[in-house]
Design a protein around this ligand. Sequence first.
Ligand SMILES: [Zn+2]
Length: 442
Amino acid sequence: MKNLFITICLLMGISSSSIGQENYKIAITNIHYWTAGMEHSSQETTTIIIENNLIKAIGAEIKIDSSYTIIDGKEHYLIPGLIDTHIHLMDSEGPAEMKETEFSYLSILGTKNANRVLMNGVTTVRDAAGPTFGLKKAIDEEMTAGPRIYPSGAALTQSGGHGDFRTLCNHSQIKGGYIDETESMGLAFIADGKTEMLKGAREQLRKGATQVKVLVSGSISGKHDPIDVVEFTEEEVNEAVKAAENWGTYVMVHAYNDKSIQMALNAGVKSIEHATLISETTAKMIKEKGAVLSTQTYVFSVDLPYFTAEQKQKRKEAEEGLNTLFSLSKKYDLLVTHSTDIYGDPNQFKNAPKEFTLRQKWFSNVEILEQATINAAQVLEMSGERNPYKEGKLGVIKEGAYADLIIINQDPTEDTKVLSNPDKNINFIMKNGKVFKNTLDK
Ligand SMILES: [Zn+2]
């Protein structure tokens, strides 16, 4: 297994020099570091000790014996591995293309995407719709390189909703038509009525979903749903919430417009995705209900070749709400996370880190870093007993936390733009105590 992993890493161009060693002991020395709670990177340099997959100790005076592999972090900056709370690793260029994609191709595409995301310095993702259960397993088993995955499985969608990609000639939900390919691939699950919602949620939980994803509003990329519509009723969404809560976890919803967000919050939803068409009343309600905001900026500037004029118009409308959304999120002190909503091929994922530059229009450098570390980790913890990574904390640098760490050649607390060019600026990537990139000596 180890040899296979190293071979894959070599094929993918990942440094495999220290992957898979037993009794892994690493000391990162002479490093400036930042973790949530600090206003900027440490002025003084320090030593970080990693044993196996966890951070063992942090301090300037730590003695290191010869059993440690030393990584000299001189003139570099260390932060926790980044977290993306909304991404789609296994969703090809778009629903139309996915219908023509055989599953083995999709699996390899997902593997490449996962690899690219890790090379962006992202060590954990919450996958917001798509058949990533097997990909997660393969990554955890070190068959291939990628981030930790919190999978949602298929997103629950109503007939005609954002995830209903049937053609207008397909009447499968009424009688006897063929099941749409995006459903059989596990990207979406069409459900109408309370019983089907329960069934849909339970199907995903059965496969290992760490949270349930429901599509409750009109969308940009949906074929038949205007962006202003509300999808599902409160009673239907509440069935998914009940199924998730019985399983010890929560529901995240795709929702752009105000009405749909209010409906979802009343149904007990805890994570609101996108939310760019939000009003002040709803922002207040998010705070009162203790829900979180997982939203994006870069994705609105991606020019997808297959987008129609109508889809482009919907995207523009959604993007225009960002100023209001972020000023309200500040006013009501809402928990905002870093997320990209990227899907497609590795080239799309290569551009995802532009998010770290675009957010500077609204947030300070430290706020942006917090969104991609501690805030995002807080959202992942909402999976409760279904959280697959409970041995250590994610998104922080402290004793006992997971050794998910990246080292950068410039101080990201001075300018997060450095994270937008990971191939150049991120010199070292560690996940679960294992090294996936190290160009510090070069
Ligand atoms: Zn999405």
